[in-house]
Design a protein around this ligand. Structure first.
Ligand code: SAM
Length: 234
């Protein structure tokens, strides 16, 4: 059974007929898509040998070799321009996803949908999409195994107006997610806020201790100076 996370990613790309899954690991996502959609063809891209082998084995076992091409390479290097309609990049950090998109810009011509699932730093991806004329059309957030996963769905288009107001908030929280604010969203940001509050209070306590320590040393030094000059009073 495919994870809830990857099932959700798949649901945002199941209308296309050609998809590249970058960093595919076991090729679970393209396999699921191809099993459920008979007209779908896919490319599974992997940069590392272990996951590449796992992807090949999975595709062979499911006898999907005629529809899923497992290719070795970094990021979008595994696809030719115009080769796919959709691209999925899931289960990596937001910074890595952003750099894969940036390095592979020339391969994005003709791509009509991106589905990105960063494990963190979704803000960096929203920023990249905005600056590179990709419109963020949908977002999702879910909890699995006590972790939060955000899914960003984009299509070619201009998004600057979307960010005209409350730009900072929208970049951080997600313009669609903050509007819906479902349970997972509230739980994630409640948890983040509690973390920050803990850090902040530790910082404050740290500062107090530090200044107390300095104050103590100053007083001790003064006492010592006075004693040196006038003796200890006995
Ligand atoms: N996409 C799958 C998922 O969401 O479950 C696998 C996620 S796994 C944590 C990340 C995979 O991305 C690893 O198999 C890793 O080898 C691959 N990877 C990392 N950097 C990559 C890159 N620049 N190009 C292609 N694959 C990459």
């Amino acid at each position: 059974k495919l994870s809830d996370r990857l099932t959700a990613v798949a649901s945002y790309i199941d209308h296309v007929t050609t998809v590249a899954d970058i960093g595919s690991d076991h090729a679970y996502l393209p396999s699921y898509l191809c099993l459920n959609h008979p007209s779908m063809r896919a490319i599974a891209g992997e940069v590392s040998d272990g996951p590449l082998q796992a992807a090949k084995t999975q595709v062979e076992e499911l006898e999907l070799g005629n529809r899923i091409d497992v290719r070795k390479g970094s990021g979008l290097a595994v696809i030719a321009p115009g080769e796919v309609e959709g691209i999925t990049i899931a289960g990596m950090g937001g910074a890595l996803i952003t750099s894969i998109l940036e390095d592979g810009k020339s391969k994005l011509k003709g791509v009509s949908r991106l589905v990105l699932q960063p494990n963190n730093a979704a803000r960096a991806i929203r920023m990249w999409l905005l600056e590179n004329n990709w419109s963020l059309i949908k977002e999702d957030i879910l909890i699995e195994n006590e972790k939060f996963y955000e899914i960003l769905v984009a299509e070619p288009g201009h998004d600057s107006e979307r960010y005209d107001q409350e730009r900072e908030k929208k970049l951080l929280f997600g313009p669609h997610l903050m509007q819906k604010s479902n349970e997972a969203f509230l739980e994630k940001w409640h948890g983040e806020m509690q973390n920050w509050q803990r850090v902040l209070s530790a910082l404050k306590q740290g500062k107090e201790q530090e200044s107390m320590e300095r104050r103590k040393q100053q007083i001790e030094k003064k006492i010592q100076l006075v004693q040196e000059v006038i003796g200890d009073g006995n």
